[in-house]
Design a binder for this molecule. Structure first.
Ligand code: SF4
Ligand code: SF4
Length: 460
């Protein structure tokens, strides 16, 4: 068996070198920290919120109902999910065309959770240089204790993440009680451990490898870039030739650019790349290198922005066109889709009706000459309140329900079936025709629905 040749760039078969990103402060880091707090806050807090006596957001798969505050979605409403996915895809196109991998840098769960795990690592093991020193050090009691403390924090946080995730699908207070009494069911146990395990492995160990080798977005993002897309870029026209220099020296007179070759931009990079080599697919656009380089520029007294958000046209000195037909089209489509979804969700009919014929008898001829058919009328109440419904029938001359104004109480989120006898004069119909069965909530005029059914009659 042939052994693969070592790659000259340390490539395909090279063992992973652990990256120790240096901690950084700056305006983009503050933005990222804020985004992480908001997103993690939303994720961990939402399952604990209550709404009208139930969990505010609960994806109740056994009952086939998705509760989102005052909204309850049923399987019939699943086209909303398709709609949401289209909006998500278009948002990705829009923001990528506008400002590159904004999602990756600020909002991707992999980035946010990795950042959180890095905070815990720094809390226990110290700064970048302390972490590297600890990694090289022999296994002393201190090292064992520090590593154990870090693993404890990581595992606890990962399990809490798995628990929270499952809390979106099963009532979280009940789940908490079951975990305390060690009585969770097999599926709950599996998903808490699976999601917790995935968080632990992805954010604790795989980190940038998920972005580099697993994320498909990294591969096709460049297809969405053009020369007017804002990207994080190094201005090599200004920075090169790079090189160290003494403070106060006129570097331009010595033929040097603004880059002092301090490698701070590389040390802070969570994917371990050198942005000075140009745009690379590994770059998740976290902007840490901008903050690092701005800090260096401040120290040496040069203008900020050697690494910055810019477009290719901007770098070449041409006119920047961040707002352009492509972004306008994406923005318009996005606005239309979001407005359409908001209108449809808020104006959707929350009641439905199904009419099923009684299969035991085709029809019955009554002594008064009328023909009678029996149906099972199923009323679906997707509203969060109980309603009383009146059933009526139309569509044929003289068609009527056997007893006047039948009413049915249907609880919130329930389906109620009721048998209904419908009669029509024999002379009004021969062979059969369609009738319409209507339901109307007595307390809310706008809450009504109707369905059609075949009315069977003799052919003579
Ligand atoms: S941080 Fe700025 S000055 Fe330092 S190496 Fe990077 S680009 Fe050059
Ligand atoms: S190159 Fe800069 S923006 Fe890209 S991942 Fe590294 S630090 Fe973040």
């Amino acid at each position: 068996m042939s052994v693969p040749e070592p790659q000259p760039d340390g490539g395909l078969y090279a063992a992973r070198q652990k990256i120790y990103p240096r901690e950084i402060e700056g305006r983009f880091q503050r933005l990222r920290t804020l985004a992480a707090w908001v997103l993690l806050g939303i994720f961990y807090v939402i399952p604990w919120l209550r709404w009208e006596g139930r969990q505010a957001v609960l994806f109740d798969l056994p009952a086939r109902q998705f509760h989102i505050f005052g909204l309850t979605l049923w399987p019939q409403d699943f086209y909303f999910l398709t709609w949401l996915l289209i909006i998500a895809a278009l948002s990705l196109f829009f923001f990528t065309a506008l400002a590159g991998r904004l999602f990756c840098g600020y909002a991707c769960p992999q980035t946010v959770w990795t950042e959180t795990f890095l905070w815990m690592e720094r809390f226990v093991e110290g700064s970048r240089s302390q972490q590297m020193k600890l990694a090289r050090a022999p296994w002393t009691t201190e090292k064992v204790l520090r590593k154990a403390a870090k693993q404890f924090l990581w595992i606890t946080f990962a399990l809490w993440t798995g628990f929270t995730f499952v809390g979106y699908f099963t009532p979280i207070t009940q789940l908490a009680g079951k975990i305390v009494s060690l009585s969770t069911g097999p599926w709950e146990t599996f998903w808490v451990l699976f999601y917790g395990g995935a968080t632990y492995v992805n954010a604790g160990f795989m980190r940038e490898q998920v972005c580099k080798y697993m994320c498909p977005y990294a591969r096709f993002q460049s297809a969405m870039f053009d020369k007017d897309t804002l990207i994080i870029t190094y201005d090599d026209g200004r920075g090169e030739p790079r090189g160290a220099r003494k403070k106060g020296v006129d570097h331009k007179a010595r033929g040097l650019g603004d880059c002092v070759d301090c490698t701070m931009c590389v040390q802070v990079c969570p994917t371990g790349i050198d942005i000075r080599k140009g745009l690379q697919y590994e770059c998740i656009a976290c902007a840490a290198c901008i903050d690092a380089c701005d800090e260096v520029m401040d120290k040496v007294g040069y203008p900020r922005g050697l690494i910055r958000y810019d477009t290719q046209h901007g770098l070449e000195g041409a006119r920047k066109r961040v707002v352009r037909p492509r972004t306008m089209i994406y923005a318009t489509l996005l606005a239309l889709l979001v407005a359409g979804l908001a209108y449809t969700v808020t104006h959707r009919n929350v009641v439905g009706v199904d009419i099923l014929r009684d299969r035991n008898a085709l029809y019955r001829e009554r002594p008064d000459g009328k023909i009678e058919n029996v149906y099972n009328v199923k009323i679906l109440n997707k509203d969060s309140a109980e309603h009383e419904f009146t059933i009526s029938v139309s569509g044929l001359p003289g068609v009527e329900i056997a007893y006047s104004g039948p009413t049915v109480w249907v609880g919130p989120g329930q389906v109620q079936g009721v048998p209904v006898r419908i009669r029509a004069p024999r002379e009004a119909i021969a062979g059969g025709a369609d009738i319409q069965v209507n339901i109307q909530a007595d307390d809310t005029p706008g809450l009504r629905a109707s369905g059609r059914a075949r009315f069977i009659a003799p052919t003579d």
